[in-house]
Design a binder for this molecule. Structure first.
Ligand code: GDD
Ligand code: MG
Length: 351
């Protein structure tokens, strides 16, 4: 049985001013009329072997997450609440402990709540390709053909064909290389981007974690063990989870494990990490503009224009990002939107 584990943490600072700590991008309707969390939960909902999802989110977001699941009529297996963010290795570990207690043979499908996948059938096929090897103890990654030397992704160097069709061994996994290294990976050709989605058995993940980051495996075991369940939520114990080291699954496990495989996945994937990434996945008009809300455009092309609370008029420009909210406005060149996170850093220093 495959249990989706939906990671709904993080605050998406590069999508400021829409994405905020109180209402981060995964809880917003960014690409469609449904929120990213809802899209993620619905994506594989009706597929065979796929169980109800386990949502992992910050304590502050519990009511929003629960309400959004109710709205789409999906009853989650549980909503695990983190008292503080400790990055993905602990979040996945807590989910693994929780699932293993319910089903010792549980297979987890780790899904970030803020990704877009346009070809769901292809994704479902990739999951099925990985399933047999995962049962045997492999940790499966889904590899995306790189389109450029992005430094914000993990790179997977694929090796020989593995035991199952469409699966390859992983020669190495390099999380967030510098620009020059990323460039050499793209030129070499046998590298994929790590999509940040994983398929593995809960017990296998915990065994690997115990090997490479025992403090995380142990702290999260205590945090889940002490959970008390109220009506809708499962709270992780505050003291032990807060004491857990913070690390990503990529650095803590994937860079070290010998049991990784990669399934190349041509699935129309985007992690919608920035305004330009959102512009790419959104529906565009004949001039390459992606708009939302009450906007007026005259002689505008290649732009993303978003009005939340007022009319926004844009005239005679190209390749701009204009995002209006009721207390902040962003105007940026579409090629410079990576710098939006500096605005958030700046605002934090002013608080
Ligand atoms: N519940 C929970 N708790 N979720 C979290 C936490 C946490 O503490 N931290 C991050 N997440 C969620 C984020 O919301 C996001 O959906 C996902 O986990 C991945 O975290 P990011 O912080 O966005 O990771 P990244 O983008 O730097 O890198 C990862 O994703 C890339 C692809 O988008 C890595 O897996 C890379 O290797 C990968 O290429
Ligand atoms: Mg990300």
């Amino acid at each position: 049985k495959i249990y989706p584990v939906i990671l709904s943490g993080g605050s998406g600072t590069r999508l400021w001013p829409l994405s905020r700590a109180v209402l981060p991008k995964q809880l917003l309707p960014l690409v469609s009329d449904r929120t990213m969390l809802q899209e993620t939960a619905l994506r594989l909902h009706d597929r065979q072997h796929i169980q109800a999802p386990l949502v992992v989110c910050g304590n502050d977001h519990r009511f929003l997450a629960a309400e959004q699941m109710r709205e789409i009529g999906i009853e989650p297996l549980g909503i695990l609440l983190e008292p503080v963010g400790r990055n993905t290795a602990p979040a996945v570990a807590a989910a693994a402990h929780y699932l293993r207690a319910i089903d010792p043979a549980a297979v987890m499908l780790v899904l970030p709540a803020d990704h877009v996948i346009n070809n769901v059938d292809a994704f479902n096929a990739a999951i099925n390709h990985a399933a047999a090897m995962v049962e045997q103890g492999a940790l499966a990654t889904f590899g995306i053909v790189p389109t450029g030397p992005e430094t914000g992704y993990g790179y997977i160097r694929s090796g020989a064909a593995a035991a199952a069709p469409h699966c390859y061994t992983v020669d190495s996994f390099v999380e967030k290389p510098d620009r020059a290294t990323a460039q050499s990976f793209v030129e070499a050709g046998n590298y994929y981007w790590n999509s940040g989605m994983f398929l593995f058995r809960a017990d296998v993940y915990l065994a690997e974690l115990q090997k490479f980051a025992p403090a995380i495996a142990e702290a999260t075991a205590t945090a889940v063990g002490k959970d008390y369940r109220d009506l809708d939520f499962c709270r992780l114990d505050e003291a032990s989870f807060t004491a857990c080291p913070s690390d990503s699954i990529d650095y803590a496990v994937m860079e070290h494990t010998k049991h990784a495989i990669v399934v190349p996945a041509d699935i129309g994937w985007s992690d919608v990490g920035s305004w330009s990434a959102l512009w790419e996945v959104q529906q565009q008009d004949g001039h390459g503009n992606a708009t939302r809300g009450d906007v007026y455009l005259d002689d505008v092309s290649g732009s993303l224009v978003r009005a939340e609370s007022r009319i926004v008029a844009v005239i005679g420009v190209k390749d701009l990002v204009v995002v209006e909210t009721n207390d902040a406005v962003l105007v940026a060149h579409k090629d410079q939107v990576q710098r939006v996170k500096n605005v958030v850093d700046h605002l934090k220093t002013k608080q």
